[in-house]
Design a protein around this ligand. Structure first.
Ligand code: UD1
Length: 368
């Protein structure tokens, strides 16, 4: 069992009502969670941190503390351990999850167990403890392929790309009705959910479970759909890493980033400090917004993978990227977001530009 010590630097009030709001961060020792912990402390919240130390995220030992907050080793799949940490908590910021494509399909049970069973245990514990507010780390992977327009058929949803087309270098998805070339557009939160990997399916399940919890308990859920997060403290290259960590590990080794497909696939890279700021905005905004609501957390300035790789190489002073033409069947072609709902309703706007962010990231420390 755990004792859940907490920390509040008391720099500014985390509540305008006198009592300091107590925020519990799951996965709080991870890349994004540890940035959120520091940001929430800076805003004057009382913060506590849980983390299971899962080897997919932590290759080294779990740190004893994050931003001065003791880290409690708790696996969310253990109801008694979770329940012991919930008394006195006002808001849970749920970051704990396995991310990425994974090593292979044998990872499937562990993804579902960590991400969905862990979320279910957490939600049941929150209901029992009378906690009504949750901020969920969701992901743009819930959309599958981003949004596309066909000149003849308007807004369409392309099917998963065919292995033969990819092998022949035909990377752009075609119109599902007439096979004509498509124009990608920004994805809004109202786009249909279309998970195309195990990880994506577990994130969609988290969204559905938290929506059901909000309905049944009268709770409040803010689901933040992170786009491609990067920044200091990112884990090194593993089967669970996104492309930014993979390229950063390559340049650290003096190697060129290896760009798959033709490098023209587009993503929205959002800096981890902006993601932490989005979480702080969600914690602050939640009492005014009961029910379940999703937000794209993105910069609003899409980049191609090729351009991002070139910028990172330049900033690191390393060899330029190599465009390999390789492909991964689980990959989607373009996912770029409309960030306007988060701006209008949470007051969140990304502040770190990609060039500045990558210049810092090129030499910033990674996690072991
Ligand atoms: C990524 C993460 C996902 C996260 C989401 C939003 C993976 C598999 N996916 O989705 O967990 O929720 O961002 O933050 O981790 N690429 C290369 N070279 C490489 C590796 C990848 O060119 O060495 C390309 C891929 O082919 C793809 C793009 O980079 O076109 C992005 O890859 P990646 O970051 O792995 O996946 P996302 O789908 O963007």
């Amino acid at each position: 069992m755990t004792d859940c010590r907490t920390s509040s630097h008391g720099r500014r009030a985390g509540s305008s009502f006198g009592a300091v709001t107590h925020v519990l961060i799951t996965g709080g020792a991870g890349f994004i969670g540890s940035h959120i912990a520091g940001t929430l402390l800076d805003h004057g919240y009382q913060v506590s941190v849980l983390d299971s130390g899962h080897p997919g995220a932590h290759r080294g030992p779990l740190p004893a503390e994050v931003a001065g907050i003791p880290v409690r080793r708790v696996d969310l799949r253990e109801p008694a351990a979770v329940a012991g940490c919930l008394p006195g908590v006002d808001v849970v910021v749920h970051q704990a999850a396995m991310v990425g494509l994974g090593a292979d399909i044998a990872d499937l049970p562990e993804y579902v167990s960590c991400n969905d069973l862990g979320t279910a245990v957490l939600l049941a514990g929150m209901a029992a403890a009378g906690i009504r507010r949750l901020v969920l780390a969701s992901s743009m992977v819930v959309y599958g392929e981003g949004g596309y327009d066909c000149a003849r058929h308007g807004n369409v949803r392309p099917a998963a790309r065919d292995a033969g087309d990819l092998a022949a270098g035909r990377f752009e998805p075609g119109c599902p009705r007439c096979a004509a070339p498509l124009t990608p557009h920004l994805v809004s939160e109202d786009a249909p959910l279309d998970p195309r990997s195990v990880y994506a399916a577990t994130k969609v399940a988290q969204e559905h479970l938290t929506a059901a919890w909000a309905r049944q308990t009268g709770g409040d859920v803010t689901a933040l759909r992170y786009h491609n997060v990067y920044g200091p403290g990112m884990p090194r290259d593993t089967p669970y890493s996104g492309v930014a960590a993979i390229f950063r590990s390559a340049v650290a080794a003096g190697q060129p980033p290896r760009v798959f497909e033709d490098g023209a696939q587009r993503r929205d890279f959002v800096h981890v400090r902006d993601v932490a700021a989005a979480n702080a905005a969600a914690v602050a905004a939640a009492p005014d917004r009961p029910g379940w609501r999703a937000y794209n957390i993105a910069s609003g300035r899409p980049a191609t993978i090729g351009d991002m790789a070139a910028e990172l190489s330049r900033a690191a002073g390393g060899p330029p990227p190599v465009v390999t033409g390789q492909f991964r069947l689980g990959d989607v072609r373009h996912v770029v977001a409309d960030p306007s709902r988060a701006a209008a309703e949470l007051g969140f706007r990304a502040a770190v530009g990609l060039r500045d962010g990558l210049t810092e990231f090129a030499t910033a420390p990674l996690r072991g």
